[in-house]
Design a protein around this ligand. Structure first.
Ligand SMILES: [Zn+2]
Length: 202
């Protein structure tokens, strides 16, 4: 129906989450109407993130440096590690302005059904960080995985591992109050702030 380059653009856009075929067509026509500069800027921005953005060598958050800004910041409390599933989960935690510790991004949640095992996540790296005592001795690990079945299973697994290997470290879980089955990413600051303030030892 369309010239092959247009069809290719529609196909690529429709791979994005939440973008159906009709929205992809609408976006493609928007891009076709846009100026040469705007079109090139969009394409360049996509190329640049893929080239320049990688994972922080400490916490596995997204960064354009070897270490992310949070890990590199000496004013942050490196004795508290907040464990989240995805880099996008760091944003709501930062937005609530109550947390001054550092993070550890697992890269997903345990899911036997989808074949996600502990080795597929950055769990060993977390345990190594806690054991390393560098640059500060870790006092607390806050498990902020999503309030979903897989997020709960992941929190439970990590809590058990930590209890065994680092019994001196306090392990806490965000309080309930977060909508069950939802993603941290979509929690508002007030709800998340309450869940953080009310975190309990597990
Ligand atoms: Zn980092």
């Amino acid at each position: 129906m369309y010239a092959p380059p247009v069809q290719r653009l529609i196909t690529e856009l429709s791979k994005l989450p939440g973008i159906g075929n009709r929205t992809a067509q609408r976006l493609a026509f928007h891009i076709l109407r846009a100026s040469q500069e705007d079109g090139a800027a969009l394409a360049q921005a996509v190329i640049e993130v893929k080239e320049k953005i990688g994972l922080c060598e400490v916490c596995f958050n997204l960064t354009d440096e070897p270490r992310c800004r949070i890990c590199a910041d000496p004013r942050r409390d490196h004795g508290v590690i907040c464990v989240v599933e995805e880099p996008s989960d760091v944003i709501p935690m930062e937005r609530m302005h109550e947390y001054d510790g550092v993070y550890h991004v697992l890269g997903g949640a345990l899911s036997p059904i989808e074949g996600v095992d502990p080795e597929d996540l950055k769990i060993a790296e977390l345990l190594a960080r806690v054991a390393a005592d560098e640059p500060t001795r870790v006092r607390e690990v806050v498990l902020a995985t999503n309030p979903t079945t897989t997020g709960e299973a992941t929190a439970l697994h990590i809590a058990e591992e930590l209890r065994e290997r680092a019994p001196d470290v306090t392990v806490t879980r965000l309080a309930s109050g977060l909508p069950v089955g939802s993603d941290l990413e979509y929690a508002d600051e007030v709800t998340l702030g309450k869940a953080f303030a009310g975190r309990r030892a597990v």
